[in-house]
Design a protein around this ligand. Structure first.
Ligand code: F6R
Length: 614
């Protein structure tokens, strides 16, 4: 959460920084600001979007021109409301140090008290502002320090998480960055350097990046950079080549990133399986876990930890791994796992799933599992992300950058990865070669079936128009479609702000049935699998209470058309494959309902793409 971008080089900093902010806006969008150094510091910051900031800059543009070093920030508020004064960058009282920050300074209250007692005055309600005054204080206490030294010393007093970037007119040619918990990437250009929370603002300038590790600091000038730990120990850093194109983080003719990403799914599904599904050999080859496969197969138990949509993918993973590989699986919210002293040992495998690879709770769960001696495996989308780097082994989802805040293509990619994993864990143990081959054939047919579902977009849009003013929605599914019901409800609530609940259909009569009346749309995922007849009974129960039924059913199912008010027909597939298909109409339905309601689907209120705070 919060987007950080910094630049130092030969070019005009302000337009580069603004462009960078636009690419990072999915990380936070309640206020934005920029500071450049041109002799003195010039700062423009305000509540609102990056677009609003640009408008403000048109008035003050003169002040910012000519500077070749600067920092900029787009905020997701934690401490202090979204407002002009709480927007970053924050300045020290003398106005000669500017700082942007992503994360939470946990001991900010104590630091604030102490700094106040030394005469510092605060202009914001943020935890961040204490940092800039602290740096100032360290520098004043020891004037022989440089900016790097002052930051380093200040960080010794700080508890919590930070990704930060500091400039000062006292040392105009230096940008100092530091990271603990919140991600930072350094982009290495030709005589210029970029710093950002992720690679999105960097890729159009350079493909060469260095990922800062936790507890590391970089000092960047136009001539070069050094990376040391906060304790001042030199560290060797690998230069990594970015593996995505600029076009992948642009809308490509779609109205929203979310829609583009929903429509990308057939291609993404191909990409996830490419080189891994060996149809001719009837097996999967999973390079990232190959060396650990035997240990994974011998796991006493697998625990999957994740948050949000990734947690829903994890639930499907549980069904898949237990069905095929017959290894007991538990799925835990990462935030619960990390704090509940779980029973995990050396013969357990913990799989963490994260699109961003930066989610604070998932990262903490990973570290807790490692500490307890479990083999920790990651399933991540963002290459080089912290979770990807800290897990012993893992698999990338190869879904490409996901910019829309609501996760769509990352989810289907995660499910395919889990499917392939389940088959790899089954090999030679629980299911026959022929069964594996059969499942792989089914998997390779999914992209084409997904493409057929996307052709239903206009039908789904017209259903969305009918229900756009509903106050509540219920999503029901059984078996493999139960996690999809949860995911459908999450998609709707996060982007349309309609209250929605997902339930296993059989649970309906244990409570939620009380909600059903003529104003309650109920979405049934009623595909033809072993629970089909049961779900028909559930539909009858809703109908007899006048609930309005929308069904996702398989092609050719006549029976359901007499029961449901609307039916979205999708291609037939086996039960385990079904979530990959049934989720797509629910993504589209949420998208269209949200756009009919005038919501900003790519940047829903209160949310941010990468949840790097607890
Ligand atoms: C929902 C959504 C979130 C994320 C969750 C975990 O659409 O995007 O629920 O799934 O914040 O994020 P990652 O997968 O990046 O760890």
């Amino acid at each position: 959460m919060c987007g950080i971008v910094g630049y130092i080089g030969k070019r005009e900093a302000a337009p580069l920084l603004l462009n960078g902010l636009r690419r990072l806006e999915y990380r936070g969008y309640d206020s934005a600001g920029i500071a450049v150094l041109n002799g003195a510091l010039s700062v423009v910051k305000q509540k609102g979007s990056v677009g609003d900031l640009e408008n403000a800059l048109q008035e003050s543009g003169e002040r910012l021109s000519g500077a070749t070093i600067g920092i900029a920030h787009t905020r997701w508020a934690t401490h202090g409301d979204p407002s002009d004064r709480n927007a970053h960058p924050h300045l020290n009282n003398a106005g000669d140090i500017a700082l942007i920050h992503n994360g939470i300074i946990e001991n900010h209250a104590a630091l604030r008290l102490e700094l106040s007692s030394h005469g510092y005055t605060f202009n914001s309600a943020t935890d961040t502002e204490v940092l800039v005054h602290l740096i100032d204080r360290m520098w004043k206490d020891e004037p022989s320090l440089n900016l790097e030294g002052a930051v380093r010393r200040a960080l010794r007093h700080v508890e919590g998480a930070y990704g930060l970037c500091v400039i000062s007119s006292r040392e105009p040619g230096t940008l100092v960055v530091a990271r603990k918990g919140s991600p930072l990437v350094l982009g290495l250009g030709d005589g210029e350097y970029f710093v950002a929370s992720d690679a999105a603002p960097i890729v159009e300038h350079t493909r060469k990046v260095v990922y800062l590790g936790d507890g590391e600091m970089a000092v960047v000038t136009a001539e070069g950079y050094t990376v040391k730990t906060v304790e001042n120990i030199e560290t060797e850093k690998l230069i990594t080549e970015l593996d995505f194109e600029l076009g992948e983080i642009e809308k490509g003719g779609f109205e929203h990133f979310m829609l583009k990403e929903i429509f990308e799914q057939p291609d993404v599904m191909h990409d996830v399986m490419r080189g891994r599904v060996r149809l001719e050999e009837g097996r999967v080859r999973l390079g990232g876990i190959e060396d650990y496969l035997d240990r994974l197969k011998q796991a006493r138990r697998i625990v999957i930890c994740a948050c949000g949509t990734s947690w829903h993918a994890g639930l499907i993973g549980e069904y898949l791994i237990e069905e095929f590989a017959r290894i007991p699986v538990e799925v835990d919210y990462a935030s619960e796992f990390r704090y509940r002293n779980p029973i995990v040992g050396t013969d357990d495998v913990v799989i963490v799933i994260s699109q961003s690879g930066e989610t604070a709770d998932t990262l903490a769960a990973l570290r807790a599992a490692k500490e307890k001696g479990a083999l920790v495996m990651g399933i991540c989308n963002v290459v080089g992300s912290t979770i990807a780097r800290e897990t012993l082994c893992g698999m990338y989802t190869h879904a490409g950058p996901e910019v829309g805040v609501a996760s769509t293509k990352a989810f289907t990619a995660q499910v395919i990865v889990l499917y392939m994993l389940a088959l790899a864990l089954s090999k030679g143990r629980t299911i026959s070669h022929d069964e594996i081959a059969l499942n792989l054939r089914e998997l390779t047919r999914v992209p084409e079936k997904a493409a057929r579902i996307l052709e239903l977009d206009s039908q789904i849009k017209s259903i969305a128009e009918i229900f756009k003013d509903a106050k509540n929605f219920l999503y029901l599914g059984r078996g493999y479609n139960f996690p999809v019901a949860l995911e459908g409800a999450l998609k709707l609530k996060e982007i349309s702000y309609i209250h929605a609940e997902g339930y296993p259909a059989a649970e309906m009569k244990h409570g939620p049935i009380a909600l059903i009346d003529e104003d309650m749309p109920v979405i049934f995922i009623a595909t033809r699998d072993s629970t089909y007849t049961k779900i028909l009974s559930n539909i009858e129960e809703v109908r007899s209470r006048k609930g309005r039924v929308i069904a996702i059913a398989n092609d050719g199912d006549q029976e359901i058309s007499s029961l449901a008010e609307h039916v979205i027909y999708i291609p037939q597939a086996t039960g385990p494959i079904m979530p990959l298909l049934t989720v797509i109409p629910l993504q589209l339905l949420a998208y269209h309902i949200a756009t009919f309601r005038g919501c900003n689907v790519d940047r829903p209120r209160n949310l941010a793409k990468s949840v790097t705070v607890e």
